[in-house]
Write a protein that binds this ligand. Sequence first.
Ligand code: 5MM
Length: 341
Amino acid sequence: MDAQTLENTAKAMVAPGKGLLAMDESTGTSNQRFEKVGIPTTVEKRREYRELILTAPRLGEFISGAILFDETIRQTTEDGKPLIKVAIDAGIIPGIKLDTGAKDLAGHPGEKVTEGLDGLRDRIAEYVQMGAKFAKWRAVITIGKDIPSLGCLEANAHALSRYAALCQEGGLVAIVEPEVLMDGDHSIERCYEATEKTLHILFDRLYTQRVVLEQMILKPSMVIAGKDCPQQASVDVVAEATVTCLLRTVPAAVAGVAFLSGGQTNELASAHLNAMNVRFKDILPWPVTFSYARAIQQPALEVWKGEEANIKEAQKALLHRARCNAAARNGEYSQEMESAV
Ligand code: 5MM
């Protein structure tokens, strides 16, 4: 794969007015989300749901790429069309989750390291053969008493960098996702410190592993107070803290920044992204967009409930969030858009 092709793919993933749809929930996560709304946790229901998403009319107007799970990339629509082909025909670039999950980090109670490096070169070759153009790997960083530790940050940065280098060697754009979790009652200041340290160490390791920054997308969490913190910062404060943190840590050569939503409400995830693009558009060195899972999918899942009769309404709900976030990518989102469903 030549360098220019990877750079072009990365640019297309963060194109104006578009962002990424994360639909790569592993079976366990998908089951948890289905159970909450009473949907049977079967392979067939997951297939139906992913078909509902990828066949949503006009999705490709707002979604540049979709991150798929291994099960999904091998599935077809009810009438036999490969789901990856459905994405491509809708103008959506197909990507694949490559990590195999976050596991307990030995010697570091309460912390995780993401696994999946063994055999990765061969898995990449298979997914490239199937038509994937980019990949994703997520590291999980927890804020708590005396954590995150240096050991956790270094182990995850090492794995993310090895993964990204293998992707580029094999012909995939790498989405590098270090997620600082919102779980807990920590302040926005603590989140800032943890995120800054995470990103400093990560970009040091990406350099060491010779990862080409122009061929990767950073998928960070926003700098935000923990879910249980009584003092939640305003939209403007979150936007400013996040942009400040990224400007201090993320090289300008990175192809783009695509945030995860991390458990924020749908509307706040849109509002925060919008505020960054409105207030800092003149100084952001990279395109700043979304790579949301819950903040795009959740309303659709709740409308669908696993019933065929609800598919069209669920697709409308999905498209609404995709449209709101695509507007936020351009700094054109407004609260009024929420009532225009
Ligand atoms: C879709 O969820 C992804 C992780 O799934 P597993 O934990 O099941 O492996 C996750 O990486 C997701 O892509 C991002 O965190 C974005 O999701 P949110 O919901 O935070 O926007």
